[in-house]
Every structure is written in structure tokens, then in C-alpha cells.
Design a protein around this ligand. Structure first.
Ligand code: MN
Length: 204
């Protein structure tokens, strides 16, 4: 059973104008698909061939297989990213809202921290909202680095690679971040991940 390219949980134009249909088509249909295809090529016929994606990422990291790690981790990161986005964004409620307040002071302060760290990250990477022992923090990873380096349970992620925003916002990453953070973060997805208290798994 090969790793699949996930089906988007919304229409390709549902995130526009923050993220245009053209960007989604290229990002999901070309970039993400290439990571999936390269992962499948690398595991074909071997002992990882029927394993879940999380096991493939862990095995690649453990044996220092950088090519397989990059492609499998990027497959996972992109799946998590597509579910971290939504056509509309409703502010968090319940236990997640309480944890945000206690960890950051306010929901606005969390949004500012995501924007600040997402802007500050040099070159390609990801900015995450992470839960560790009930406490929330904003963390960055570089290139393909993924949940294995966060030391906690990721709740949301934003892609900081230029391919995520360049067609729509050129070099102005802060505009992409502001529009995504204000209008397209899926706080219901974050609440599910928070409530589960365990790693989201890439759909089979
Ligand atoms: Mn990407």
C-alpha cells in the first residue's frame, strides 16, 4: 500500500485571495505530489513498503537516510498543513482557548507570535503551534524538519517555503502570514489535535 496524496478538504479556490487556486494547484498537485511520489519510489519493494508514513519518517531519521527523510517528512508536513487551513476561521473555544490564554496571554498574542516567528524564520521551513504537557508554544523547524524535532504534539502548522506564497505575495511573506493567520487557520483541527494529546496521523 503506497502513501497517498491527500484529497484536499476544500475547493482549490477556497483559500483565495490569501492563497490562490493557482498556488494550491501547484503546491498540492506538484510539490506535495512529488514528495509523495519520491517517498513511494524510495520504499518500493523494501521493508518500509507497507508501513504508515510516521514509521517511514522515523526509520529514515534513525538510519540517516536524508533523501527519504526529506521526502517523507515533507509529505507529512504538507498533509498537516492542508488540514491546518480552512476556508473560514472561527476563533478557538473551550479547552484550547483556555490553554491559549494561559500560555500566551490572549488569542491575539498567539497570532502575533505566529506572525513574528513565521516572518523571522530564515529561508525555508515551518512555523508550528505545539503542545507540551498542556502548555502551548510557537516553534520553528527548518527545511523538511518535522514533528520529530518539536518535542511535543503539533496542533497547527504554516508552510514558510517560498512556493507557499510567492505567486500570490511575491517576496512579502508577512502579508501571506497575516492573511492566513487572520482568515484561514483551522482552529477546529487544532482543537482535535489538542484534545487527542497525541500525534495526528497522515491519512492512509
Ligand atoms: Mn510546501
Amino acid at each position: 500500500m503506497a502513501i497517498s496524496l491527500i484529497t484536499l478538504p476544500y475547493a482549490e479556490d477556497a483559500l483565495a485571495p490569501a492563497i490562490s487556486a493557482t498556488t494550491v494547484q501547484t503546491h498540492h498537485g506538484k510539490h506535495h505530489r512529488t514528495y509523495v511520489d519520491r517517498t513511494n519510489t524510495a520504499i518500493e519493494g523494501g521493508d518500509l513498503a507497507d508501513k504508515p508514513l510516521e514509521d517511514i519518517v522515523a526509520a529514515a531519521e534513525a538510519k540517516g537516510d536524508k533523501g527519504l527523510f526529506n521526502n517523507s517528512a515533507q509529505t507529512w508536513n504538507h498533509g498537516f498543513y492542508w488540514f491546518s487551513l480552512a476556508p473560514t476561521s472561527a476563533a478557538p473555544t473551550g479547552d484550547l482557548a483556555a490553554a491559549i490564554e494561559s500560555s500566551f496571554g490572549s488569542f491575539d498574542a498567539l497570532k502575533q507570535e505566529l506572525a513574528a516567528q513565521g516572518t523571522a524564520h530564515f529561508a525555508s521551513g515551518w512555523v508550528w503551534l505545539v503542545e507540551k504537557d498542556g502548555k502551548l508554544s510557537v516553534e520553528q523547524t527548518h527545511d523538511a524538519a518535522t514533528y520529530t524535532t518539536l518535542g511535543g504534539n503539533p496542533l497547527l502548522v504554516i508552510d514558510l517555503w517560498e512556493h507557499a506564497y510567492y505567486l500570490d505575495h511575491k517576496n512579502v511573506r508577512p502579508n501571506y502570514l497575516k492573511e492566513v493567520i487572520d482568515n484561514h487557520l483551522n482552529w477546529e483541527f487544532a482543537a482535535e489535535n489538542f484534545g487527542r494529546g497525541a500525534l495526528w496521523t497522515y491519512p492512509a
